[in-house]
Design a protein around this ligand. Structure first.
Ligand code: AMP
Length: 351
């Protein structure tokens, strides 16, 4: 495939910070971003060449959008599947709707991971209380009940420590019950693949969560070379298995018995933000390269880094970071510092 010519327009669904940082990287490579979002005011719109504000199921707006862009990608995976099917009628969508279908549903995602011979925590589908009782009997406590769809940053999740908690739980949608994993570390690997089949994976990084939200990423993760290799191999296998065109983040638990995959995200990921300042090619540039058919850039990390998310009121700590010469600050242009909202991040180099 010939790669996309400079000045072409890339369509991005979703107007959050991931779209914003993608639009910056796209601009550097000479592309323009047309963002499609349902929000009037969005971080990506501040940077984008053009913005469409419309519902994700508004067929007329989707058709118009698809006809104005060279290809469509997305910056979050909870887009209605139907949206991508509509867009695919008019233009190229990468990663494909097939990948979204797998990654936006925890059950399909875990089934897929296991089908590739890669391990996850034990899990069972739960659609009602009876299923829950059966699943707890099999998986045992402690365990975690998660909604199959629309869960992120710990939303739609409940930890079950004792069987008598069942009476307090109401099940309103399909869920997955999974065994609670006694992990020693949480790590992730970001892998990119383009249409030509070229694949590159960044080194694993360690992720530290606070209140279920990513707080810090330590890059690179301090793990054995053997685990590092295994983690990268898992990410590459999954990218190949999905026939990915784009980037994929693979979140894993390090346990005493090896690695278990927790979750996949077929888009740039919060744990890859450090790549902007610490790697030869940022995950956002790599994403643009992958979807536009360009050769992938080097994933080499030239500087050690710790990325700290600025969540809610933490954005006020900016004064402190601004005085640090090796701290690289990224704010997302959001005006209201609501609790749990990702307002920006700081990458501390050589930390
Ligand atoms: P998730 O939304 O699945 O990424 O979960 C958010 C966070 O909750 C993870 O990063 C873990 O810190 C924790 N968590 C999720 N699932 C499990 C599990 N099965 N065992 C232990 N901790 C978990």
């Amino acid at each position: 495939m010939a790669h996309l010519k400079p000045n072409s327009i890339i369509g991005i669904l979703g107007g959050g910070q991931l779209g914003r940082m993608t639009a910056i990287a796209a601009a550097q490579l000479g592309y323009k971003v047309h963002v499609y979002t349902c929000e009037e005011e969005s971080p990506t719109a501040h940077i984008a060449y053009k913005t469409t504000v419309a519902d994700y199921l508004d067929e007329e707006s989707l058709e118009q959008f698809a006809k104005e862009v060279a290809l469509v990608s997305f910056e979050f995976e909870n887009i209605p599947y139907k949206t991508l099917e509509i867009l695919e009628k008019y233009t190229k969508v990468a990663p494909s709707s097939k990948i979204i279908k797998i990654c936006q549903n925890r059950l399909r995602e875990k089934d897929f991971i296991n089908s590739q011979g890669i391990k996850t925590a034990p899990y069972m589908v739960v659609s009602n209380k009876k299923d829950l009782e059966k699943a707890i009997a099999k998986i045992a406590v402690p365990c975690v009940l998660k909604t199959s769809e629309m869960g992120y940053d710990g939303k739609g999740q409940v930890k079950i420590d004792a069987k008598d908690q069942i009476s307090d739980i109401s099940i309103e949608q399909e869920c997955v019950l999974e065994g609670f994993v006694e992990f020693t570390k949480e790590i992730s690997v970001i892998v990119a693949r383009n249409e030509q089949g070229e694949i590159k994976a960044y080194h694993p990084v360690e992720n530290i969560h606070k209140n279920h939200i990513l707080d810090e990423t330590i890059a690179p993760a301090i793990i054995s070379p053997k685990l590092e290799l295994e983690a990268v191999e898992i990410a590459i296998e999954l990218a190949k298995g999905l026939e990915l065109i784009g980037v994929l983040a693979v979140e894993m638990f390090v346990t005493k018995d090896g690695l278990l995959v927790n979750e996949l995200a077929p888009r740039p990921h919060n744990s890859g933000h450090y790549t902007i300042d610490a790697c030869v090619t940022s995950q956002f540039e790599q994403f643009v390269r992958a979807i536009c058919g360009l050769p992938l850039g080097s994933v080499n990390q030239h500087t050690k880094a710790v990325m700290k998310n600025l969540i809610g009121e933490e954005v006020n700590d900016i004064e402190k970071y601004i005085a640090e010469p090796d701290a690289k600050i990224h704010l997302y242009g959001k005006t209201h510092a609501r609790k749990g909202r990702k307002m920006g991040h700081v990458t501390r180099l050589n930390a």
